[in-house]
Design a protein around this ligand. Structure first.
Ligand code: NAP
Length: 306
């Protein structure tokens, strides 16, 4: 038995929370897991599929008495949920979250954390384009990174326990500063998602011209974009609204590079194109060598982490 917490509460029961529940159960990391989602439909589904040991009808009821409360709702909803649970949090408990943006979550959640309760933000770098309580699976975090973003002076034991939980769920854990996190994620996740959304939007416009050819002959590159662009609209709206500066900075750089490549194509500068693509190919190789993807040519992978 590797139990880290007596009781864990999961607030929001989508892909990330349901995967946490199955991973916690797989390794016996908590005595009891309570859960809450805002809609009765999601709570009914959770009860039907046995997601969580106990499903509660309010966030406060789920959080009361918990040793760890994890906020698993969209980034824009974190503050409101924290406000709801703040008054019932047990002294000595830890509150964490899984939001894809960290500075905004820290600013919106911190004011609702009472004295004597620890707040240790986190972000698992794992996901799929699927959402909802039935999309989770125990292996989602295996060999993926989970970044902890503790404030300076955080309680070392609270941070150590959260680390043990994520490691127990299969993740590799590292600590990072919030602003650095938001910039790194703008490069590796947020800007690429926006580019995928744009490319699929362009193809959709074109589809009206070419009828269904875009879908019928969709090649690997485009198919990969459509997988990313199928991600949850609420989650991604909130990511762009709350990681504005870093995303705009990276998109500015992206646009400059795009113009440079556009120019190389127009002027027939094959050498520049070849050199550029050689450099980017090496990055792909690095990701595979680091064990963060496989080079199987299977672009339709159902349970691929993003
Ligand atoms: P999800 O599958 O769409 O589930 C979201 C959950 O939050 C649902 O239970 C939903 O309740 C609830 N919710 C939505 N809007 C809410 C609101 N305004 N107030 C209260 N609850 C609300 O989402 P997810 O993929 O698990 O993402 C959850 C968090 O993890 C997000 O902060 C996201 O940034 C982060 N994250 C996601 C990924 C990924 O790839 N998906 C990866 C890493 C981190 P109902 O079911 O009742 O509507």
């Amino acid at each position: 038995m590797n139990q880290v917490y007596d009781r864990v509460a999961l607030i929001g029961l989508g892909l990330i929370a349901s995967s946490m529940f199955w991973a916690i159960k797989r390794a016996g990391l908590a005595g009891e897991v309570t859960g809450y989602a805002r809609s009765p439909e999601t709570r009914d589904t959770a009860r039907r599929i046995g997601l969580c040991d106990r499903i509660c009808d309010s966030a406060a009821e789920a959080a009361e008495g918990a040793d760890l409360v994890v906020l698993c709702v969209p980034v824009g909803a974190m503050g409101k949920v924290a406000q709801e649970i703040g008054p019932v949090l047990k002294p000595g408990a830890t509150v964490s979250d899984v939001g894809s943006v960290k500075r905004h979550v820290i600013e919106s959640v911190s004011p609702h954390i009472p004295e004597g309760v620890h707040f240790v933000p986190a972000h698992p770098l794992a996901g799929t384009e699927h959402s909802g309580p039935e999309s989770g699976f125990a292996e989602l975090y295996d060999n993926r990174w989970c970044l902890l973003v503790p404030a300076e002076g955080s309680d070392p034991q609270a941070v150590a326990n959260l680390r043990a939980l994520w490691e127990g769920m299969g993740a590799n854990v590292e600590e990072m500063d919030a602003d650095h996190h938001d910039l790194v994620l703008a490069v590796t996740s947020h800007a690429p998602h926006l580019i995928a959304y744009t490319m699929v939007g362009v193809a959709d416009d074109l589809r009206r011209v070419t009828d269904s050819e875009v879908i019928k002959y969709s090649a690997a590159g485009f198919r990969d974009f459509t997988r990313i662009a199928a991600s949850d609209p609420t989650m991604w709206r909130d990511v762009f609204l709350t990681n504005k500066d870093a995303t705009l900075e990276i998109l500015g750089r992206f646009t400059e590079e795009l113009f440079a490549l556009q120019r190389a194509i127009r002027t027939g500068d094959g050498e520049q194109l070849f050199d550029y693509f050689t450099r980017t190919r090496a990055i792909r190789r690095g990701i595979i060598e680091a064990g963060q993807d496989t080079d199987a040519p299977d672009f339709g992978r159902g349970k691929t982490a993003q």
